[in-house]
Every structure is written in structure tokens, then in C-alpha cells.
Design a protein around this ligand. Structure first.
Ligand SMILES: [Cu+2]
Length: 119
């Protein structure tokens, strides 16, 4: 009988540990698709505050990468060849303006840049 009580206690603890994992930020992460063509970057949605997974796709003919900066932090993807993709995950702060751009050659000044405020 004592053994059963211990087993129930262990199971209870295990379930208790699992419940926060289900509701964690990973489960709530937004996915924002980033489409890059020469010379434009478009986001599928305006990113909200919290954990955001940017899925970047180079749909153009030239190499492109993706940089993101704001709130004292900076993220960058590797350079993607034509048809390439990558992802980066960032935790965005509410009310902070983030800027994004392609860092290859003069692509940013050609129009591959933008910004948003995380709400
Ligand atoms: Cu580019």
C-alpha cells in the first residue's frame, strides 16, 4: 500500500512537471514567414511581443540573408542561396521598434529593409 502511495506521488510530480511544458512559450511561439526577392523583404504578419520564429526563404535569384535588430539585441541568419531557407527565433519586447534588412551588398538600400513595433 505504501508503495502505491509512493508511485502515485511520483506520477503526480511527473504530470505536474509536464503541464508547464505544454503551456510553455515554445508552444505559443508565433511563426512569421519572411519572403526575400530582389529587392524586397515581406513578412507574413507583423510580429507580436514574445517568442517569434522567423522562417526565412530566399525566393529570388541572388543570395540574401536576414538581420533583425531592436531592444539592444541583434540576430542574423546565414546567407541563403536561391531557394534556400533558414529560421531564427527571437524574443521580442512589447512596444520596441525592430528593424530588419538584408545585409548582402547594397540590398538594404535597394529596398530590402523594414521595421515594425512589437505589440
Ligand atoms: Cu539581399
Amino acid at each position: 500500500m505504501k508503495r502505491i502511495a509512493v508511485l502515485i506521488a511520483v506520477l503526480g510530480a511527473a504530470i505536474g512537471l509536464m503541464i508547464p511544458a505544454v503551456g510553455s512559450s515554445a508552444a505559443q511561439a508565433q511563426t512569421v514567414r519572411v519572403n526575400e526577392v530582389s529587392y524586397r523583404i515581406s513578412l507574413s504578419a507583423r510580429p507580436k511581443a514574445g517568442v517569434v520564429k522567423f522562417v526565412i526563404r530566399n525566393a529570388g535569384d541572388d543570395p540574401h540573408d536576414f538581420w533583425l535588430r531592436g531592444g539592444g539585441r541583434r540576430w542574423k541568419s546565414r546567407v541563403l542561396v536561391e531557394g534556400g531557407s533558414a529560421s531564427l527565433t527571437a524574443r521580442l519586447k512589447k512596444g520596441v521598434r525592430y528593424t530588419y534588412w538584408c545585409g548582402v551588398s547594397d540590398h538594404a538600400s535597394e529596398g530590402m529593409r523594414g521595421s515594425f513595433v512589437a505589440r
